[in-house]
Ligand binder design. Structure first.
Ligand SMILES: [Fe+2]
Length: 174
């Protein structure tokens, strides 16, 4: 059987060529997160020492991250500098949004993405995420560019000091 992720990767790439690429990507991803074969495939992706290990696709115009985040998983405030679409295959992803405030950040809102669901984010979003449930959070995230070649930032979760993006300082577990 073909890798269930291969077809969706190709369809998301094709959606980038449509008139509203973010809406097109979100529509394909909503189908994908409802597909049990895709959820099963991503659920196996539990071990990741760094963010690159989550990448199932990486080109100049598209990065796809897919993996299973354990209960208690948290990512401290960070930006992407690329528009994105969050997809949740299983579980729930809680997003907290921020905006710059002087040298730091101030919270401006929250949104939960419950499986099966998707949430588009603009290129200038600053967010923190967590898995609030006592169950795995299985995600497929799309970014409109090469996420690993795009300069971006994260912010200390306590002091909100901005630093060049460092996944080891972003990721935490309870
Ligand atoms: Fe993010």
């Amino acid at each position: 059987m073909a890798d269930p992720l291969s077809e969706v990767i190709e369809r998301i790439e094709q959606a980038l060529d449509t008139p509203d690429p973010q809406a097109g990507v979100a529509a394909i991803m909503l189908e994908a997160v409802k597909d049990p074969a895709i959820t099963d495939a991503i659920s196996q992706r539990k071990k990741f020492a760094n963010l690159q290990d989550l990448a199932i696709h990486r080109t100049d115009r598209l990065t796809l991250l897919a993996g299973s985040m354990p209960p208690g998983f948290r990512a401290a405030p960070h930006n992407h500098n690329l528009w994105s679409v969050v997809g949740v295959c299983a579980g729930q992803e809680d997003n907290q949004y921020f905006e710059r405030d002087g040298d730091g950040l101030r919270p401006i809102g929250e949104a939960s993405v419950v499986a099966p669901g998707v949430l588009p984010n603009p290129a200038d979003v600053i967010h923190a995420i967590c898995n609030p449930l006592d169950a795995p959070l299985v995600v497929l995230h799309a970014y409109a560019g090469d996420l690993f070649a795009t300069p971006r930032s994260n912010w200390d979760p306590d002091t909100h000091e901005e630093i060049p993006f460092d996944w080891s300082k972003v990721r935490s577990s309870e």
